[in-house]
Design a binder for this molecule. Structure first.
Ligand code: FE2
Length: 426
C-alpha cells in the first residue's frame, strides 16, 4: 500500500492520465491507471502536475524591506544600491530572519520549493549570513535554500571583502559569488573573476556571479568567467547571472562568445522582471530591454533559468514569489511565443534551475523526491498564460499548501455562471 496516490495528472512533458504513487517521501511509480490502494488519494482531474518551481537567483537578505528606511524614488539600480547601503547598518538579525521566513511562506504557497539566494558579505558583522544560515536550517523540512557569498560592494573594491567572503564560506555558505562589473576597472573585474574561481576550485564549491549587469556592450567579464571555468576544470559548476551586457553586444563578438560559454558548460540566469526595469535607463528611444540572449543561449545548448532576483526590496517594489510571473515576463521580453519556446520558458523556472542548483532527486520519476505541485491549468502553456492557483503543493509526499480553485462568478443573463479562464471544453 502506498502512502499517497495522485491520480489523473497531466505532466509537463505532455503525458496525460498519469497516476503518481508515493512511498516514504519518494515517488514509487508513475503509470496510467495504477492499481492498489493508498492511505491518501488526491484527484488532479487532468490538471498539470509539475515538480516544484525553483528560483536560481534571489536576494533573501533584502526581501520585503520595501520602504525601509525610504522607497527608491527613481527606481534605478544605482539608487537601489545607495538605499541598500543606507539600510545595511540598520539591519537587525531577527528582522532579517522574520522577513525571510515570511517570504518562504509565500514561496511554499506558490509551489516554489528551492531558492538560491545571494547574501551580501560586505557587512563586517556578517549579520545577514548568520541570519540566512539560521533560516536555511529552519526551512529545510519544506524548502531547499542555497546561499551564495555575494560581495555586493566588490570583492576587490570593498576593503576586507575577501576575508569576509571566505569567513562566510567557512560558516557554511554554499556557493562563491562575485560582481566583476562593479569593480573599479575592467582589469580589476577580470582579476576578481580569477580570484573567486580559484577560491571555489580550492574548496570544491560552485560559482554563481552577478556578471555584466550593465548596458555596456564592452562589459565582457563573462568571457573571463568562461575562460577561468575552462582553466580550472570547473565545467558545469559555474553560473553567470544577469549577463545583461550581452543584450547590447556586437553580434560578431557574441558569435565567438557563446561557443566559449558552451564549452565551459556555464549556467545562465536571466532575471527578466529586474532586467526589463533596471536596464536601458540611460536610453531615450529605442530603449533596450537589457535581458540577455535567452533563446540563442538555449539554442547553443546552455542551461538557462529565469530568476526572480528581487521582491519588495530597494531594487524592485513588486512580486509575490510567483516564478510564473518571472517566466511570463521572460517569454515576452525574449519574444518566445513559439510552441517550443513557451515550453522552454516553463522549463526555465523548473527543471533548468533545478539542474543549475544540482538539486538531488528532482523530477517526476520513480526514485525522485515526492515534491509536486498541482496547478489549476491544463498544461505548461496555460500555466504561463493564467499564472494559476497552486491547488496543492506537496513536499516529500505531504501536502504543505493548498489554494482553492479560483473562479469568478458572473450574473449575465444567458451566460455561464462561472469563468476560470481555462479554454471552454468541446
Ligand atoms: Fe541579483
Amino acid at each position: 500500500m502506498f502512502d499517497l496516490v495522485l491520480r489523473r495528472a497531466t505532466l509537463p512533458d505532455g503525458r496525460t492520465g498519469m497516476d503518481i504513487a508515493v512511498s516514504g517521501g519518494r515517488i514509487a511509480a508513475v503509470e496510467p491507471n495504477l492499481p492498489g490502494a493508498a492511505a491518501q488519494e488526491i484527484d488532479a482531474t487532468g490538471r498539470l502536475v509539475t515538480p516544484p518551481f525553483v528560483d536560481a537567483h534571489f536576494h533573501m537578505d533584502s526581501t520585503l524591506t520595501y520602504g525601509i528606511p525610504r522607497v527608491n524614488r527613481s527606481g534605478t539600480l544605482l539608487e537601489g544600491i545607495a538605499l541598500w547601503g543606507e539600510l545595511k547598518p540598520q539591519l537587525v538579525q531577527d528582522a532579517i530572519v522574520e522577513r525571510a521566513l515570511a517570504y518562504c511562506d509565500w514561496a511554499v504557497a506558490r509551489g516554489l520549493l528551492a531558492i538560491r539566494s545571494h547574501v551580501d558579505v560586505c557587512d563586517p558583522r556578517l549579520l545577514a549570513v548568520e541570519a540566512l544560515l539560521d533560516v536555511k536550517a529552519r526551512v529545510a523540512p519544506y524548502l531547499d535554500l542555497q546561499l551564495v557569498a555575494f560581495p555586493q560592494d566588490g570583492v576587490l573594491r570593498s576593503p576586507g571583502a575577501v576575508d569576509r567572503l571566505t569567513r562566510a564560506l567557512d560558516m557554511g555558505v554554499d556557493v562563491v559569488g562575485g560582481i566583476p562589473h562593479f569593480e573599479r576597472t575592467m582589469a580589476d573585474g577580470a582579476a576578481s573573476v580569477r580570484l573567486l574561481c580559484e577560491i571555489a576550485a580550492e574548496r570544491g564549491l560552485p560559482v554563481d556571479m552577478h556578471c555584466d549587469e550593465s548596458d555596456d556592450p564592452l562589459s565582457r567579464h563573462v568571457e573571463t568567467l568562461a575562460y577561468e571555468t575552462q582553466r580550472l576544470g570547473l565545467h558545469g559548476r559555474v553560473t553567470g547571472s544577469h549577463l545583461t551586457s550581452m543584450h547590447s553586444m556586437d553580434n560578431y563578438y557574441v558569435s565567438k562568445l557563446i561557443p566559449l560559454m558552451a564549452e565551459a558548460r556555464l549556467g545562465v540566469v536571466a532575471n527578466p522582471l529586474i532586467n526589463i526595469t533596471l536596464q536601458g535607463r540611460h536610453d531615450t528611444y529605442p530603449r533596450r530591454r537589457g535581458m540577455t540572449r535567452v533563446p540563442e543561449l538555449m539554442a547553443a545548448g546552455l542551461t538557462v533559468a529565469f530568476g526572480h532576483d528581487c521582491v519588495m526590496d530597494p531594487w524592485y517594489p513588486l512580486g509575490s514569489a510567483d516564478m510564473l510571473e518571472a517566466a511570463h515576463m521572460g517569454l515576452h521580453v525574449g519574444q518566445m511565443t513559439g510552441v517550443d519556446a513557451m515550453r522552454a520558458c516553463f522549463a526555465a523556472v523548473t527543471e533548468n534551475p533545478a539542474a543549475l542548483l544540482h538539486l538531488d532527486g528532482y523530477g517526476i520519476a520513480p526514485g525522485c523526491h515526492a515534491d509536486l505541485v498541482v496547478l489549476q491549468a491544463a498544461d505548461p502553456v496555460e500555466a504561463l498564460r493564467t499564472r494559476p492557483a497552486r491547488l496543492a503543493v506537496l513536499r516529500r509526499g505531504r501536502v504543505v499548501a493548498r489554494t482553492a480553485p479560483v473562479t469568478a462568478e458572473l450574473t449575465l443573463p444567458g451566460r455561464p455562471q462561472r469563468v476560470d479562464f481555462t479554454r471552454p471544453q468541446g
